[in-house]
Design a protein around this ligand. Sequence first.
Ligand SMILES: Cc1cc2nc3c(=O)[nH]c(=O)nc-3n(C[C@H](O)[C@H](O)[C@H](O)COP(=O)(O)OP(=O)(O)OC[C@H]3O[C@@H](n4cnc5c(N)ncnc54)[C@H](O)[C@@H]3O)c2cc1C
Length: 459
Amino acid sequence: MSAYDFDRTEVVIIGSGFGALAAAKKLAKAGTDFVLISETTEHLFQPLLYQVATGVLSAAEIAPPVRAILAGHPGADVRLGRAVDVDPEAGVLTYQASGRTRRIGYDRLIVATGARQAYFGRDEFAEHTFALKTVEDAEALRRQILGCFEYAHTTDDPQRRKELLTFLVIGAGPTGVELAGQIMELAQRYFAQSVAGLSAADVTVRLIEGADEALPAFGGRLSDYTRRSLERGGVQVDLGSFVTEIGDGVATVTDACTGAAEQLRAQTVIWSAGVQANDFAEVLAARTGCPTDRAGRLKVNPDLTVGARADVFAIGDMIAIDGVPGQSPAAMQGGRHVARTILRRQPQGTAFRYRDKGSMAIINRGRAIARIGRIELTGLIGWMSWLVVHLAYMVGFRNRMIAVVSWVGSFLGHKRPHFHLAMSEPAVPAATELGQVDPQTPPTDPAPPAADDAACRVA
Ligand SMILES: Cc1cc2nc3c(=O)[nH]c(=O)nc-3n(C[C@H](O)[C@H](O)[C@H](O)COP(=O)(O)OP(=O)(O)OC[C@H]3O[C@@H](n4cnc5c(N)ncnc54)[C@H](O)[C@@H]3O)c2cc1C
């Protein structure tokens, strides 16, 4: 039996995202012992995932190791593992690490396992669509985008070329809007400059949204500005439309008013239409009796405790509290609130109060929107604010410097330093054979593949 099969600590934190890291940093500074268990030991800055997918930044620049962030705090123990069960009565968490099931006792448990894509009962859509939730998703999408342009360049079949150069983005939340805007910009500012015989007019990007507005969480003038900006940039925005079927290289889009259905052929379909709590939320709900909403998010108590447990807290995207958005500031504020309670810097039971610092979304180069209190920003000022705010939230001086240099190259020039593809690269799961072509065999044109979410972003 190893020392890790069953050990004990003061606080166990699950996850390494915004919520978990905020709590961990506060506990570390106070010298409290804790074990942080996460499926990935990187801290992923999800708001910049789209820049990894479109070749502006590398994954390493937006996903520094949590170990490095917490280095120098001897009480912090970071473990690569997956939480699978919890016994709240006994105060014991079960997790899997290095191929074994292990248990750890705790005095307090902080759960911050986040969210994943929701397919609204059509989980099979995941097989035919791309997502943007993890580093792997972003890298797969980058390979797909690049592969489509590469194959379109050399195929002799005009219909095939058209399908390769058609991109469908489903869901006009922040993720869908930024991806649609960026892919069109890539076509205009990168591929049209570097692929012989290609012009941006050969590329179709369609953004499909069930609501009557783009970025419906903003609404009114800002949503209207978003739609107009996308359309001016060459994106076709289909509002009041639902995707009712998705197969290999084909999606059926149905008009909400008329019921008219259209079949669209595209090698790349990106799903960004919704999120739901990650699996561990269901386990925690079952073990504590905590109710959940339709997206599986825990309806926690005002002080962020779960069910009747004063020693178990949940934070971030996995919880539902009225007026608190599924955004990184809410997760970070939740993490700090829980840490303050554990450190007895506020009375047990103190209600969490979310401070709304504003919401932002990027559209394309030079255009973003922001709402900060009553102030609404659009255009270049909105875009600059978005870049500055997101730069400030990035972890690590070096990463910030690299981001600035990459942004100058990509946004002022035409550079995409992370666009490269080898025929021997591993395949994208499920759909395309892009990177999977055996170097010995002549390649066939790729089939399509896979997708993502949406949340609202904030300053
Ligand atoms: C593409 C994209 C763009 C976004 N843009 C913005 C933006 O511009 N502004 C903004 O404010 N918000 C944005 N968001 C939302 C923001 O990223 C989330 O609100 C935030 O990440 C939530 O933090 P969290 O700690 O709850 O979860 P996450 O950051 O998702 O972290 C969850 C962690 O839990 C781990 N985990 C999951 N299950 C287990 C398990 N069983 N065992 C162990 N570990 C587990 C995961 O590995 C991960 O480390 C965006 C999200 C996406 C996907």
